[in-house]
Design a binder for this molecule. Structure first.
Ligand SMILES: C[S@@+](CC[C@H](N)C(=O)[O-])C[C@H]1O[C@@H](n2cnc3c(N)ncnc32)[C@H](O)[C@@H]1O
Length: 197
């Protein structure tokens, strides 16, 4: 991502094993926070192309992972908070925000159990990769949209991405983003950006 510096991993397994050792938990979640996912790369690209969408706005980056999208929004002049239930992500976001000289506040609270916060823009990148999360995200994003929050989504066509015709997701852009075969089956992936109508 132009101008953005992130501390990222080259391979999943060593970091995954290290988190299992650190927590003593067998079957710990993938270290999502150690990578920039295709959905986040596309949404970041779109925000850079449309800075007016976040400039001087209050923004929440839901499921922030490494903090990529949050950091891009902050660099574009937004007041940004980020949320991710993975406690390891907090350290990743903190290191990455510092590397980019921006401030991003952080919470591990599961916001899907509450009404969306009072913000201007809600960003959600690459959240449709597993069914239990997917089932909860769309209703929550819809509640946010109904409350007048601008909802923007980035996704590379994950298995549980809702069909645009049924979900209200309207495609606004498509990008070929460079990712890694550590995560995907190819290193260039098509990922799309949607607004929730
Ligand atoms: C595929 S990663 C995407 C990370 C980032 N948005 C990006 O595009 O690079 C999905 C993230 O969702 C987070 N997540 C899963 N359930 C969540 C929840 N209920 N609330 C917040 N984050 C959640 C995971 O911990 C993980 O960091």
């Amino acid at each position: 991502m132009p101008g953005v510096r992130l501390h990222l991993a080259d391979a999943v397994d060593p970091v995954w094993h290290a988190t299992e050792e650190a927590t003593g938990v067998d079957g710990a979640p993938i270290p999502f926070w150690a990578f920039a996912w295709a959905g986040g790369l596309a949404l970041s690209r779109w925000l850079i192309d449309h800075p007016e969408e976040v400039k001087r706005r209050t923004v929440l980056d839901f499921a922030t992972g490494s903090g990529l999208v949050a950091i891009v929004a902050a660099r574009l002049g937004a007041t940004v908070s980020a949320v991710d239930i993975d406690p390891f992500a907090e350290a990743a976001v903190s290191l990455n925000a510092r590397a980019n000289h921006v401030r991003v506040s952080y919470s591990t609270r599961d916001l899907l159990d509450e009404p969306p916060p009072a913000i201007d823009v809600l960003l959600a990148a690459d959240t449709w990769y597993e069914s239990p999360l997917a089932d909860r995200v769309l209703p929550w994003l819809r509640t946010a949209s109904a409350a007048g929050i601008r909802v923007l989504v980035g996704d590379p066509g994950r298995k549980y991405l809702p069909a645009p015709s049924e979900s209200g997701l309207v495609e606004v852009a498509s990008y070929h983003v460079k990712t890694t075969t550590t995560l995907e089956d190819r290193d260039i992936v098509e990922a799309r950006v949607f607004e929730l109508a």
